[in-house]
Design a binder for this molecule. Structure first.
Ligand code: SF4
Length: 388
C-alpha cells in the first residue's frame, strides 16, 4: 500500500512522464521550483504564523507579517527559481505576495473562526487500503460548522463550477466528518488571495463516495502504468512551468541550444538538420503546387492544338481524357447498398489507421489481434517553434 496525495495524482494526470521523474525516479533538478510556487509557499508560511500567534493570544501586527515575508524571501530566494513568464520578474511576484498578505490581514484580522489546525500533515485511508495525504492550509470551525480552507495565490478566479468539481478539498471533507463527529456541516472554502474574495462549496456523502471511487480508479491507472513502466509524455501549456524540462526528451535539445552562444548555436547539428529538413519540406510543397500548375497547362495546351502527345527534348507526355466516378454524398446508404448487392467485399479496402487505433486500444477480437504483429517505427512531425 502506498501514500497518494492530490498533487501526486494531479501530476500523473497532467503528464505521466513527469510523474515518473518526480515520484518514481526522484530525480534531482537544477530548477528548485517555479516563482509562483515559491511565492505561494511563503504566503502560506506567513498566514500560518498569523494564526499561530493568534492561538497564543498574541496579536500580530500587519507590519510584522510583511517584515517576516520579506525576510523569508531574502533568505530563501535563489536565482535558479523558474520565472516562466518572460515579461515578468521575481520582484513582481514578491510584490504580489505582499499585497495578498496585506489584503488578507485587513479582511480577517477580527475573524472569530476557531482555528483547529494549520498546514495539517495527516493521513486518511482510502477504500482500496492506500493512504491519502490530508494537507489542509487552515481547518477551523464556528460551532458545529467546520471550514476546510485553502489559500490560492494563482491569478485565475475559481468560479462556482470549479469549486463544485474541485477534488482536493472535497477529499478532505470526509476526513473532517470522520475526525470531528459533531460536525453538522463541512464547508470547503477557497481564499482567492489575488482577488481578495472567498469561494465556497459543499459535498454530500454520496458525492464523497463517488469521488473516492474515482480516486481509487485513478490510482489503479497509476499502478498499471508503474507495473508496465508506461509513462508517456503529455505536452501542454503547463510544460512552461515544468521544473523537470532538463530531463524531458521533448525539451532537452531546446535547453542545450539555450545554453550555447550564437556561434555554437548555429553550429549545432540538430539545429542544422531541422533547418534543412524544413526547407526540403517547403520545397516539396512548392514543387507539388508547381506540378499541379504544369499539369493544368499541359491539358490546356493539348486541348488547344488537339495533341494527345506533347513532345519535349528527351521526354514526352501523353494526355488522355479519362472518365472517373463520383460517389453519392450519402455514404452510409451507399455502403449498405453495396453490401446488399454483394459488391462491398470486392470493392472495399482495409482502413489502416482505424485498424491500428483499435489494435492499440485493445478493441479487436482476440483472434484478429493475435494475427497482427507490431514493430517499432518513427514518425517525424515538423512544426513551428513557439518563440518564433
Ligand atoms: S516538460 Fe512537459 S512533457 Fe516534459 S515532463 Fe514536463 S510536463 Fe511532461
Amino acid at each position: 500500500m502506498a501514500t497518494y496525495s492530490h498533487s501526486r495524482v494531479s501530476t500523473f494526470e497532467q503528464c505521466p512522464f513527469r510523474y515518473k521523474l518526480q515520484y518514481i525516479d526522484h530525480l534531482k533538478v537544477e530548477i528548485p521550483t517555479t516563482i509562483e510556487a515559491f511565492m505561494g509557499g511563503l504566503v502560506h508560511k506567513v498566514l500560518e504564523k498569523m494564526y499561530e500567534d493568534k492561538k497564543y493570544k498574541k496579536r500580530v501586527a500587519k507590519s510584522t507579517l510583511i517584515k517576516f515575508y520579506k525576510e523569508l524571501w531574502q533568505k530563501e530566494y535563489s536565482e535558479n527559481i523558474l520565472v516562466a513568464r518572460k515579461e515578468l520578474t521575481a520582484d513582481n511576484f514578491k510584490k504580489m505576495g505582499e499585497k495578498f498578505i496585506s489584503d488578507y490581514y485587513n479582511k480577517y484580522k477580527n475573524d472569530d473562526m476557531t482555528i483547529l489546525a494549520l498546514e495539517t500533515q495527516q493521513m486518511m485511508t482510502l477504500p482500496d487500503g492506500n493512504s491519502w495525504h490530508v494537507r489542509i492550509d487552515k481547518l477551523g470551525c464556528k460551532g458545529d460548522v467546520y471550514y476546510v480552507c485553502d489559500y490560492k495565490t494563482n491569478n485565475s478566479m475559481k468560479d462556482q463550477e470549479d469549486a463544485d468539481s474541485d477534488r482536493q478539498l472535497a477529499m478532505y471533507s470526509s476526513w473532517v466528518k470522520d475526525k470531528f463527529r459533531d460536525a453538522k456541516k463541512v464547508i470547503l472554502l477557497w481564499h482567492m488571495l489575488a482577488f481578495n474574495k472567498e469561494v465556497t462549496s459543499e459535498r454530500n456523502d454520496i458525492q464523497i463516495k463517488k469521488l473516492q471511487e474515482e480516486i481509487v480508479s485513478l490510482i489503479k491507472e497509476i499502478e498499471k502504468a508503474t507495473k508496465e513502466d508506461n509513462f508517456p509524455r503529455k505536452q501542454s501549456a503547463l510544460c512552461s512551468w515544468c521544473t523537470f524540462k532538463e530531463h524531458c526528451p521533448s525539451f532537452k535539445h531546446e535547453l542545450v541550444l539555450e545554453k550555447k552562444d550564437i556561434t555554437e548555436y548555429k553550429k549545432d547539428s540538430g539545429l542544422k538538420l531541422v533547418d534543412e529538413y524544413s526547407s526540403i519540406k517547403a520545397e516539396l510543397t512548392e514543387l507539388n503546387l508547381k506540378k499541379e500548375e504544369f499539369e493544368s497547362k499541359l491539358i490546356e495546351f493539348s486541348k488547344q492544338f488537339n495533341f494527345d502527345v506533347v513532345y519535349g527534348s528527351n521526354n514526352l507526355v501523353k494526355v488522355k481524357e479519362i472518365e472517373k466516378i463520383i460517389l453519392p454524398e450519402e455514404k452510409e446508404e451507399f455502403i449498405a447498398l453495396l453490401k446488399e448487392k454483394g459488391i462491398y467485399d470486392a470493392c472495399s479496402m482495409i482502413c489502416y489507421p482505424k485498424l491500428q487505433s483499435k489494435y492499440f486500444k485493445n478493441e479487436l477480437h482476440p483472434h484478429v489481434h493475435g494475427k497482427i504483429t507490431k514493430e517499432k517505427d518513427f514518425r517525424l512531425t515538423l512544426s513551428k517553434r513557439k518563440e518564433e
